[in-house]
Write a protein that binds this ligand. Structure first.
Ligand SMILES: O=P(O)(O)OC[C@@H](O)[C@@H](O)c1c[nH]c2ccccc12
Length: 277
């Protein structure tokens, strides 16, 4: 066993966070809130509706590799900017220590986009999910889908969390970064696969990861490319190998006009000044 990777460190801390959260708010209390949770929509259907390319736009204030990106940013306001640009979904980082996200961010972003009616972007809880308790937290705070990181989970946990998300009406975006992890996602029967160009063990980004792994995706699964994406050319590189969605964080968090950046990534003309979004 080598020295712990960044991923190991974050997962270990998340286990402590979950233990503390359970002590404060038992699972039974969250289950009692499910009936009043904001209604869930079909995440994959929402992405497919925007074929040939759906943008999943991410609210990420900071990261282990970059430190602070936009620490003071309001998650709800950013979600609305993304929605104005035509994002199909908004990914909200809810990990507090390294990414400076919270569940309150996700609830606020969900409430903000709900005002847009049924065409609203779907909400993805982006976190290091290792315990069913976090699925309850996600649903109660308005998530339509959750990220499951294959590298952070053994097969039993992956199966348990994948089925647990579905039992709560949510879908799972199953994240892979290698051929072995893609095989595990296929074995799981994942319908939504995210190829992360960033290796969460080293946080090194290699855009060729998606090129290399796309053809190994389970037939019929919706394929998303994650990380390191900043231009329309990056997007076209990935649609060329079968990606139906891209997930973009930093490039959107630093964009002076996030709505215009989403449109650029989608390959649609910029809105005329003053025109309706
Ligand atoms: O900021 P980028 O390079 O556009 O990457 C966004 C997203 O893919 C990245 O934040 C991410 C992908 N998988 C994760 C798992 C946990 C935390 C973060 C992530």
């Amino acid at each position: 066993m080598g020295s712990p990777t960044i991923l190991d460190t974050i997962v270990a801390r998340r286990r402590e966070d979950v233990a503390a959260a359970k002590a404060a708010v038992p699972a039974a209390a969250l289950e009692a809130q499910l009936a009043d949770a904001p209604p869930v929509i079909d995440f994959a259907a929402r992405l497919r509706r925007d074929a040939p390319l759906a943008v999943i736009a991410e609210v990420k204030r900071a990261s282990p590799s970059k430190g602070d990106i936009a620490p003071g940013l309001d998650a709800a306001e950013q979600a609305l900017r993304y929605a104005r640009g035509g994002a199909s979904a908004v990914s909200i980082l809810t990990e507090p220590t390294w990414f400076k996200g919270t569940l309150a961010d996700m609830a606020a972003a969900r409430a903000a986009v709900d005002a847009l009616g049924p065409a609203r972007p779907a909400i993805l809880r982006k976190d290091f999910i290792i315990d069913e308790y976090q699925l309850l937290e996600a649903r109660v705070h308005g998530a339509d889908a959750v990220l499951l990181i294959v590298a952070a989970l053994d097969d039993a946990a992956l199966r348990r969390l994948h089925d647990g998300a579905r039992a709560l009406g949510m879908q799972a975006l199953v994240e892979v970064n290698s051929a072995d992890e893609m095989a595990r996602a296929a074995e799981l029967g994942a319908g939504l696969v995210g190829i992360n160009n960033r290796d969460l063990r080293s946080f090194r980004v290699d855009l060729a990861t998606t090129d290399r792994l796309a053809s190994l995706a389970p037939p019929g699964a919706l394929l998303a490319a994650l990380s390191g994406i900043s231009t329309r050319a990056d997007v076209e590189r990935f649609t060329a190998v079968g990606a139906a969605a891209v997930l973009v964080g930093e490039a959107l968090m630093v964009a002076p006009d996030p709505a215009a950046k989403v449109r650029e990534l989608r390959g649609v003309p910029a809105a005329a000044p003053g025109s309706a979004p």
